[in-house]
Every structure is written in structure tokens, then in C-alpha cells.
Design a protein around this ligand. Structure first.
Ligand SMILES: [Co+2]
Length: 450
């Protein structure tokens, strides 16, 4: 999810914190909990069983042979060791004992080079094992679901089926369908899945009744949030089915990777924006016979991420600014950039899907009982995690729009309208979440895909 900077501030090119931090997130769809039950019985302990299970996963024939040798072929469920298609096996089962794959670890540069081996920093890093395993579990879920999505999303599908497919998969892999009160707070969607077409850059997710069908000529930004215990991985990619958009996508991927590469402890955010801008503006893209310079969208920013809160207090601009704020040890950043063939500036436009409870919500006296009870539902199910209308639908809420609008008007809930560049333009986005650990920078959401 992108953080939106107020357009007025752009003139000064000095991006500050103001009312501008925009968050969006949520999820929808129905999910089965823990799709892959495991053998509660004995399978884990007997090495023979483990081998059998492994072989079974690879090929039925071999497994059968092995089984026949066993004295008591007790019927028991195999522990899957590979992911299914569509994804349904718990990540905690594929990686037992909280041993999740690390992200890409990158050593700090210059004055911070010593951190890799520094005893004190290593001690601090080791204190964070729960934080790291939650983050890595969320990131592995993100990778497996998005790579399945990249293979399976095709023109002709509706945005609703795409969003539900992604969100159902995320919920299955973390083992929380989010249907019972409070379950979505344990693990699941970190924000609503963004499916943003063409000039829509961010914060669009289908509402009930959306009939939009993905077209061959669309450029779609897919922004997915996964959280485990409030540790949110925020990572996005762009899909296009026509090669004429290749340079647009390449520009943005390169710009985001520049931001990821140059990020580090003590780096000034305004300078980081300059590196991103330089990379982005070195590209152009020919679309239907017209050559467009690729512009960074200057009022959509990267941002820090806090527990259960998608937009922290620092923002990462996509252009050079005078912001002297530094990145610091322990910060979690979403590094995201948007490139555009349009104005390089976005405005609120279209039907709202994304909302979130404000963490500093005023204590308003709600006279409307429907608003009161909706607020209670939001608090219990999402806390301050962003949600969308589909997420309210799937937990059985009905006719909530008036109450929801009341909460928005009283400043208790913030809405995040779609962010759109010039009509007819094309926009792309890539985004990674990085952890500024005491010893190294970990690009937690890095995968083979991007
Ligand atoms: Co984001």
C-alpha cells in the first residue's frame, strides 16, 4: 500500500509528515482453515514414516512399494512436503520449527560495515527471533501466493475472482480463515489486495458487484499484504500481457531495486528519493507508436511499517527532496515506487474500497447505533489493519455503508480512495519490504520473481 503525500507539498519538493500518510489494505474471500491437516498421530516421529511421506509427495508408485513392506499399514495422513496448486499447505508445515527461509541479506555499507560482525549488534539481532520468524513466515506466504498468482492470472478473469483467489490462498497458508471474531488479527491479510488497472495506481480493490474483467491490454498492479502477528509484509508487482509495456515495467522494477539497494541505516530519505528518481527517469517506453518518458509518481511514497499499522511515520519519496530524516536501526520500510506515462501525480477518484481504523481515533460520541456496532466489529476483526468492503461482507455484515460513512466523517475510520493518474495513461509499481536489522539489511520479500 502506498502512502499518499498531499499534492500541495509537492511544489516545495519537501515531503513531510502531515495528513498525507495513506494506508490501504484488507482482504476478502473465503478460506478454509489449515487446509493441510497433519498427522496428529505418529507420523512425525518415525523416520520411516517421514521417508514414506516424502516419497509419497514425489510419486505415488514409489510410496506404495514402501508402504507394502510395513507391518501395519495404518491409515494415516501424509505430511505434505510440497505446496499444492492452488496453494493450500500451511507454510508452518512446509517449514517446521519456525525455520522459515530468510529474505535476501545485504551487508551495510561505509560507516556501517562493521555491523555484520559487531558482537553487540549480533546480540541485539538474536533478541529478535520472534519478530524475524513472524516476518519470514509472512514473506514466504507472500512469495508462494504471488508466484501462483503470476502463473494463473489471465485476461478474461474478473478482478473479483483474482482477489478472492489470492486472499483465500494467503489465509489457507497461514491457517486462519478470519471468519471467527479476532482470527484475522492472528495472521492473514495485512491489507486489501490492490488490483489497479492502467491509470489507477493504488488502492483499488473490487467491491461486491464489480464486473471488471481483466483485458489483454491492461497493466495491472498487484499489491498484496500478508501479516503474521501484526508483522506486515507489503510487496507489489505489475503484470502486463502485451510486450509493449516492457520498458515501463522495467523502469519501475529498476527504480524500486535502486531504492532497496541504497536504503540503509543513516541514509537520508530525501537523498534516497533522488536515486530512485534518477533511475526511473532514465527510461522511456513506446506505446502504440508514441514514446513516453517514464515519470516517477511524486505523491505516492514508500513508508515505514509498524505492528498492525501499515503506514508508520516516515515516508520514502520517489523524487529528490530536502527531507533530512534518516533511516534507523530497527526500522521496517516498504520501498515502493510507481512509474507513469501520465502526469506523475495521482488524485483521489472512484468508488472507495479501502478503510482502516485510525490509531489515534478521537473519542466521538456515536449516537447512531449501527455505527457503534460496526465500530466494534471493525475493532475486533481488523484492529488498525486496513480492510475493504468485501472483508465486511464475508464476515456477515450487511447494509453497513451508512454506518461506515459515519465513522469516516467522525474521523474514527480513514478511507483510502483509489489513486489515479491522467486518464489513458499507464502506471506500474514494484514494492519490497525491508528490515533494517542491527547487523544486516534483510529484503524480506525478495523472491526469484522480483
Ligand atoms: Co506499501
Amino acid at each position: 500500500m502506498a502512502a499518499k503525500a498531499p499534492v500541495d507539498e509537492l511544489k516545495t519538493l519537501s515531503v513531510k509528515e502531515s495528513d498525507g500518510v495513506t494506508g490501504a489494505a484488507g482482504a476478502n474471500g473465503t478460506a478454509n482453515s489449515g487446509a493441510a491437516e497433519d498427522s496428529g498421530e505418529e507420523s512425525g516421529d518415525d523416520p520411516d514414516d517421514r521417508v514414506a511421506a516424502a516419497i509419497a509427495a514425489a510419486g505415488e508408485g514409489a510410496a506404495k512399494k514402501r508402504k507394502n513392506k510395513k507391518k501395519k499399514p495404518k491409515k494415516k495422513k501424509k505430511v505434505p512436503t510440497v505446496q499444492t496448486d492452488p496453494p493450500s499447505v500451511l507454510i508452518s508445515q512446509l517449514f517446521p520449527n519456525n525455520n522459515y527461509p530468510k529474505g535476501e541479506e545485504v551487508e551495510y555499507k561505509d560507516d556501517n560495515r562493521h555491523r555484520t560482525t559487531n558482537e553487540e549488534k549480533r546480540y541485539l539481532d538474536n533478541m529478535n527471533s520472534d519478530f524475524l520468524s513472524d516476518y519470514r513466515q509472512a514473506a514466504e506466504t507472500h512469495r508462494q501466493v504471488r508466484q501462483w498468482a503470476q502463473k494463473n492470472i489471465k485476461p478474461g478473469q474478473t478482478l473479483t475472482e483474482i482477489a478472492n483467489g489470492i486472499e483465500d490462498s494467503v489465509r489457507r497458508l497461514v491457517g486462519h480463515d478470519g471468519l471467527s471474531e479476532g482470527d484475522a488479527m492472528i495472521a492473514g491479510m495485512g491489507f486489501p489486495t490492490g488490483l489497479n488497472l492502467d491509470e489507477i495506481a493504488a488502492h483499488y480493490s473490487p467491491n461486491a458487484g464489480c464486473k471488471t474483467v481483466l483485458q489483454q491490454t491492461n497493466v495491472m498492479k498487484v499489491d498484496i499484504g500478508v501479516h503474521v502477528n501484526g508483522r506486515i509484509v507489503d510487496s507489489a508487482f505489475t503484470m502486463a500481457f502485451d510486450p509493449m509495456y516492457d520498458n515501463l515495467l522495467e523502469a519501475v522494477k529498476d527504480a524500486t531495486n535502486t531504492g532497496v539497494r541504497e536504503a540503509g541505516i543513516d541514509v537520508r530519505l530525501g537523498e534516497l528519493g533522488g536515486y530512485i528518481q534518477e533511475t526511473m527517469e532514465s527510461y522511456e517506453c513506446e506505446i502504440n507508436g508514441t514514446t513516453y518518458p517514464i515519470k516517477p509518481i511524486r505523491n505516492l511514497n514508500g513508508h515505514t511499517i509498524l505492528p498492525y499499522s501499515i503506514h508508520g511515520t516516515k515516508t520514502v519519496p520517489a523524487v529528490k527532496t530536502s527531507d533530512p530524516t534518516k533511516m534507523e536501526e530497527g526500522d521496517v520500510f516498504a520501498i515502493e515506487t510507481f512509474g507513469s506515462t501520465g502526469n506523475g501525480r495521482c488524485y483521489d477518484q472512484g468508488e472507495i474500497s479501502h478503510y482502516a481504523l485510525c490509531s489515534d481515533a478521537p473519542k466521538a460520541d456515536l449516537r447512531l447505533s449501527s455505527a457503534k456496532s460496526l465500530l466494534n466489529t471493525i475493532k475486533k476483526n481488523f484492529g488498525t489493519l486496513p480492510f475493504c468492503r468485501r472483508y465486511l461482507d464475508r464476515i456477515g455484515q450487511e447494509k453497513y455503508l451508512f454506518g461506515l460513512n459515519t465513522l469516516v466523517k467522525s474521523g474514527i475510520v480513514e478511507d483510502y480512495p483509489p489513486l489515479v493518474d491522467k486518464k489513458g495513461s499507464y502506471t506500474a509499481q514494484f514494492e519490497h519490504t525491508i528490515l533494517l536489522r542491527p547487523t544486516v539489511k534483510e529484503v524480506i520479500s525478495r523472491g526469484d520473481d522480483y
